[in-house]
Design a protein around this ligand. Sequence first.
Ligand SMILES: NC(=O)c1ccc[n+]([C@@H]2O[C@H](COP(=O)([O-])OP(=O)(O)OC[C@H]3O[C@@H](n4cnc5c(N)ncnc54)[C@H](O)[C@@H]3O)[C@@H](O)[C@H]2O)c1
Ligand SMILES: *[C@@H]1O[C@H](CO)[C@@H](O)[C@H](O)[C@H]1NC(C)=O
Ligand SMILES: *[C@@H]1O[C@H](CO)[C@@H](O)[C@H](O)[C@H]1NC(C)=O
Length: 253
Amino acid sequence: MTDPKEGSIVIIGSGLIGRSWAMVFASGGFKVRLYDIVKEQVTAALQDIRKQMEELQKSGMLRGNLSSEEQISLISGFTELKLALEGAIFIQECVPENLELKLKIFSDIDRYVNDSAIISSSTSCLSPTKMFNGLRHVKNCIVAHPVNPPYYVPLVELVPHPQTEQVTVEKTYTLMKKIGQSPVKLMKETDGFVLNRLQYAVISEAWRLVQDGVISPRDVDTVMSEGLGMRYAFLGPLETAHLNAEGILGRAD
Ligand SMILES: NC(=O)c1ccc[n+]([C@@H]2O[C@H](COP(=O)([O-])OP(=O)(O)OC[C@H]3O[C@@H](n4cnc5c(N)ncnc54)[C@H](O)[C@@H]3O)[C@@H](O)[C@H]2O)c1
Ligand SMILES: *[C@@H]1O[C@H](CO)[C@@H](O)[C@H](O)[C@H]1NC(C)=O
Ligand SMILES: *[C@@H]1O[C@H](CO)[C@@H](O)[C@H](O)[C@H]1NC(C)=O
């Protein structure tokens, strides 16, 4: 996976997330195969990617070291899964959030890929156990959950299945770094992964404060956008606690 010339990244599903992933991988110099069951969707995706990349180049916002033309030429469209998967080194699934559909896709992919390809899902809330149980290549399966849109938001949550091999996690981590994303590793699966768990905690406290008559909905949002959110754009909650007062270890409670 170190030489971008070797093998391809295959994106399954050319919707919102699939297009953005395709652009991120191409910006890192990887050959990208974009697959969708709907032919018009692939055509539209390739056109949309070209338009986006040309605009990004004009405004100086294009990611990576290659020109938009060079990046566009790395991406090709496919409507036949078996063909798309030839030479695949890393597969990023981006089909709609529907367990039945994902199970069908993963069992098809499992049949066509070789033993070193990594099979990764963009799912926002389906567990690796539900999606990957029983697959022949389960040790190569992982969730790489992006934040929409991955082209602009670097965080990727890596979530293993209990049978995912550590080398799969490490290879995925290295690949994500290489294309300029910011991966984090979950040690085990958990509902909502981590970003959404933190987000839900904030949302429920916001509701509670409004419900208890402490603050208006508008003002609770201002607390976040004009205060706490500004801090959290730079520092995590644990760093913040550490930098406060005598530091996190000085806290008796
Ligand atoms: N949109 C977000 O904010 C967001 C954020 C993080 C993760 N995700 C996850 O990414 C995944 C994709 O979401 P999206 O917003 O891009 O969806 P989308 O509806 O925009 O795109 C889905 C694409 O999959 C295609 N598709 C449907 N069935 C297919 C099949 N059998 N084989 C191949 N392609 C098929 C559709 O034609 C469509 O192009 C979901 O699992 C979602 O939970 C979404
Ligand atoms: C761009 O080039 C620099 C310097 O060679 C390198 O460090 C960086 O990883 C490259 N970026 C991408 C996305 O390939
Ligand atoms: C799997 O395919 C990729 C891409 O063609 C290739 O680089 C890799 O060596 C293959 N691995 C095995 C175990 O066949």
